[in-house]
Design a protein around this ligand. Structure first.
Ligand code: TMP
Length: 216
């Protein structure tokens, strides 16, 4: 079982990933919690490079390849082995982020990003993707509040420094993906308190596990 969480900056993924973990634990499902970029030792070095505001001159294609380098390492050394040993994998961001950020917002195209995923990432697809949807202006405001409060690393703010229009393209990209894959990608209203959002997610997970049990 492979579950991913997606969303724009400040959509509350990091908090909600913990709620997904809690939900799995309650059901006695063995799982691994991970994230992209940075789910492996090599990936953490790639993450620093990708998110450092000093990498402002990073070419968009080089950026795309670095996200893929992180993902290949992650799939081969962590995700695939965990899935094969029967564990569930919960990942904070995955391939949909590359489609939305590099394919759509950076305008490299969905075709290139998808082809690369097929060629080097086994075309691995999640069973369920929770898309936390929020107005980008609100998301960015939340993120900068977290940086100011010391709860978010200022050395990882290269994307937060992008213009609002960039984040609007990311959101529109994500919503387009959700409309194209309604059975896999579930849109979660990420406005309101974390506990209200957690409640929405719990309901979706309950429904998902029922269906997954039938198919599996
Ligand atoms: P996060 O770990 O705080 O979510 O930050 C990861 C950043 O990297 C976020 O701004 C989105 C971006 N990103 C991409 O642009 N493409 C990708 O494929 C992934 C996984 C993340």
């Amino acid at each position: 079982m492979f579950i991913t969480l997606e969303g724009i900056e400040g959509s509350g993924k990091t908090t909600q990933v913990q709620n997904v973990a809690r939900w799995l634990k309650l059901r006695g499902i063995d799982f691994v919690l991970t994230r992209e970029p940075g789910g492996t030792r090599i990936g953490r070095a790639i993450r620093r490079l990708l998110l450092d505001p000093a990498s402002c001159d990073l070419d968009p294609v080089a950026e795309l390849l670095l996200y893929n380098a992180d993902r290949v390492q992650h799939i081969r050394t962590l995700i695939r082995p965990a899935l094969e040993s029967g564990k569930a994998v919960v990942c904070d961001r995955f391939f949909d982020a590359t489609l939305a950020y590099q394919g759509m917002a950076r305008q490299l195209g969905v075709e290139l990003v998808s082809r690369l995923h097929e060629l080097v990432c086994e075309n691995l697809q999640p069973d369920l993707t929770l898309l936390l949807d929020l107005d980008p202006a609100r998301g960015l405001e939340r993120t900068w509040q977290q940086v100011d409060a010391g709860r978010r690393n200022p050395d990882e703010t290269r994307f937060e420094k992008e213009k609002l229009e960039f984040h609007q393209r990311v959101r529109a990209g994500y919503l387009e993906l959700a409309a194209a894959h309604p059975e896999r990608i579930k849109v979660v209203d990420a406005s309101g308190t974390p506990s209200r959002v957690a409640e929405r997610i719990r309901k979706l997970l309950d429904r998902f596990i029922e269906e997954y049990g039938k198919d599996g």
